[in-house]
Design a binder for this molecule. Structure first.
Ligand SMILES: [Zn+2]
Length: 178
């Protein structure tokens, strides 16, 4: 299997219609697929060792308990990166934001969900955060997907879930985990 073929599954906390939305987002040709990635859902029957990442949905209280002492994660979704030889990377989607997007995100719920899936999966496949935009762009340009748009897009950049829509200087690499 090529490094860009990724397999994933869901925990039982992710509703069927949400799984459908997540699959659709990952299959979008303008998303990570535009960089050569392919995503295959193996459902919940696959052994964890076969999965690159797992998608989970948690209440804010559950996230608080899981990430005690990490006040910087308050109100956010979190992806735990286990490294190449570890268990699958684990995406914890924040149900509160999923239902009611952060006020400073200047887009509707569907736009927020698409961004959130693209961003957290970006972490799960090894990418780190970026600035909202590259130097010299106006606030109407599409945000970089690996910018934390949950923290705000108003007056900063346009909400964006598609890596192919980013305006990237040709030389700019995506920062990755080490
Ligand atoms: Zn992030």
């Amino acid at each position: 299997m090529s490094k860009k073929e990724k397999t994933y599954g869901f925990t039982s906390s992710v509703a069927i219609e949400d799984r459908r939305f997540i699959k659709k987002t990952l299959n979008d040709e303008k998303g990570w697929r535009s960089l050569g990635y392919e995503f295959r859902s193996l459902g919940s029957n696959a052994g964890a060792e076969k999965l690159d990442f797992v998608v989970d949905m948690k209440e804010q209280g559950e996230l608080d308990a899981l990430f005690k002492g990490h006040d910087d994660l308050e109100g956010l979704s979190v992806t735990v990166y286990s490294g190449d030889d570890g268990p699958p990377n684990h995406i914890y989607l924040n149900r509160k934001n999923w239902m009611d997007p952060p006020h400073e995100f200047d887009g509707d719920r569907t736009a927020y969900r698409a961004y959130l899936v693209a961003h957290e999966v970006g972490h799960a496949i090894g990418y780190d955060h970026e600035e909202p935009l590259f130097a010299g762009q106006s606030s109407t340009a599409p945000c970089n997907v690996m910018y934390q748009q949950s923290k705000g897009t108003r007056g900063i950049c346009a909400p964006n879930a598609l890596v192919s829509a980013e305006v990237r200087p040709s030389a700019s690499e995506r920062p990755t985990f080490v």
